[in-house]
Ligand binder design. Structure first.
Ligand code: DGY
Length: 323
C-alpha cells in the first residue's frame, strides 16, 4: 500500500512540513488563505486525512460528503470547537488535537496581555509612535500594579494552571479558580489556590479575570453583560481562550463606560473580523490570536499532529484522540 494522502489546510513550519512529507503524500495550500467550504469538501472526498486549524469551519454541511475518503481529522491546535464532533463521528471519522505543547506559551501570552493592559503598554506605544509623547511626568499613563493582586482563573486545565503558576510564583498573585469539575485539592495547594462553585464569586473578588475554558456552544457568552457587571470597576478581563466565550458587545460597553478597567484579548468572536466598538476602546489590548505563536510551539504542535497520524495509520490509538 502507498503512503496515505493528507490534506493540510494552512502552511506549517518548514521542519514540520518536511517531516510530514517523509510519512505521507502531502497536499498543501500554497496560498495559505482560509479555504472555502467547497475546497474542504473536496479534501474530505479525496484525502485519507484532513489536517485543519482554527480557521477552518468543519461543520455538519462541510462533512456531508457522499463518499468521504477521510478517516481522521487531525487538528493543528488544542481547541476543536470549529469541528462538528458529532457529525464527524456519524461519518466514521476520528478527531485528534494537540494538547500540552502550547500550554506554556499560551500562558505566557495571558501574562503579556495582563501586564500590557494593566501597565497601559498599548496606549503608551501608540502615543510614542504617533509622535505625541512630550516627555516624562509623574501622572503620565498611570496603570495598576499586578503583583500581589487576585487572579481569577476560569477553567483550570493545562493552560489555566500554567497561567496560575506564572501569576502566583512570578507575581505573588493570589489565585481563585472556577472550574466545571472539582479540582484535586493537591493541585490547588500547589498554587495556594481556592476554588469557588459560583462564577459570580470569582468575578466579584478578582482584580484580573483570565479565561481558559473551551469555546463552543456551552460556553458561548459565559461572560455576558450581567457577569461583567459583577466585576470590580478596577478589574481587567483577559481572553486567550475563544472569542465566543465573551459577549463582545457587552464587553465594549463595559470598556467604553469604564465599568471595568480594561481587557486584554487574543481571540475574537468571528475573527479575523473585529467589532469596531472594541477596536475603538483605548483600554483594550488586542492581539491577533498569538497564544501559541512561537517557533518552538508551532513546531511541537505540528510534530504532535504527525505522531497522531502515524499512530492512526499504523492501526494504533492516537494519543490525542478527542472523538
Ligand atoms: C489552539 O490551539 O486552540 C489555538 O487557539 C489555535 O487554534
Amino acid at each position: 500500500m502507498g503512503k496515505p494522502t493528507v490534506f493540510v489546510t494552512r502552511r506549517w513550519p518548514q521542519s514540520v512540513e518536511a517531516k510530514l512529507k517523509t510519512h505521507f503524500n502531502v497536499v498543501l495550500n500554497a496560498e495559505d488563505k482560509a479555504l472555502a467550504p467547497s475546497t474542504l469538501k473536496m479534501a474530505l472526498a479525496q484525502s485519507d486525512a484532513l489536517l485543519p486549524t482554527v480557521t477552518d469551519r468543519i461543520c455538519a454541511s462541510v462533512l456531508d460528503v457522499v463518499k468521504p475518503r477521510t478517516q481522521i481529522i487531525a487538528n493543528y491546535g488544542v481547541g476543536f470547537n470549529h469541528v462538528d464532533i458529532d457529525a464527524a463521528r456519524r461519518h466514521g471519522m476520528i478527531v485528534t488535537n494537540t494538547p500540552d505543547v502550547l500550554s506554556q506559551c499560551t500562558a505566557d501570552l495571558a501574562m503579556t496581555l495582563m501586564l500590557m493592559v494593566a501597565r497601559r503598554a498599548g496606549e503608551g506605544e501608540r502615543e510614542l509612535r504617533s509622535g505625541t509623547w512630550d516627555g516624562w511626568r509623574p501622572t503620565h499613563l498611570m496603570g495598576q500594579k499586578i503583583s500581589g493582586k487576585i487572579l481569577g482563573v476560569v477553567g483550570f486545565g493545562r493552560i489555566g494552571r500554567e497561567t496560575a503558576h506564572r501569576a502566583h510564583f512570578g507575581f505573588g498573585m493570589k489565585i481563585c479558580v472556577y472550574n466545571r469539575s472539582k479540582v484535586d485539592p493537591s493541585v490547588l495547594a500547589r498554587f495556594n489556590a481556592t476554588q469557588v462553585d459560583d462564577l459570580d464569586d470569582l468575578l466579584t473578588q478578582s482584580d484580573v479575570v483570565s479565561l481558559h475554558c473551551p469555546g463552543g456552544q456551552s460556553n458561548r457568552h459565559l461572560i455576558n453583560a450581567e457577569r461583567l457587571s459583577k466585576m470590580k470597576s478596577s478589574a481587567y478581563l483577559i481572553n486567550t481562550a475563544r472569542g465566543e466565550v465573551v459577549d463582545e458587545d457587552a464587553l465594549a460597553q463595559a470598556l467604553w463606560f469604564e465599568t471595568i478597567a480594561g481587557a486584554g484579548l487574543d481571540v475574537f468572536d468571528g475573527e479575523p473580523t473585529i467589532r469596531p466598538a472594541l477596536m475603538n476602546c483605548e483600554n483594550a489590548v488586542l492581539l491577533p490570536h498569538l497564544g501559541s505563536a512561537t517557533r518552538e510551539t508551532r513546531e511541537a504542535m505540528g510534530f504532535r499532529v504527525i505522531d497522531n497520524l502515524v499512530a492512526f495509520f499504523d492501526g494504533c490509538e492516537p494519543a490525542d484522540r478527542v472523538a
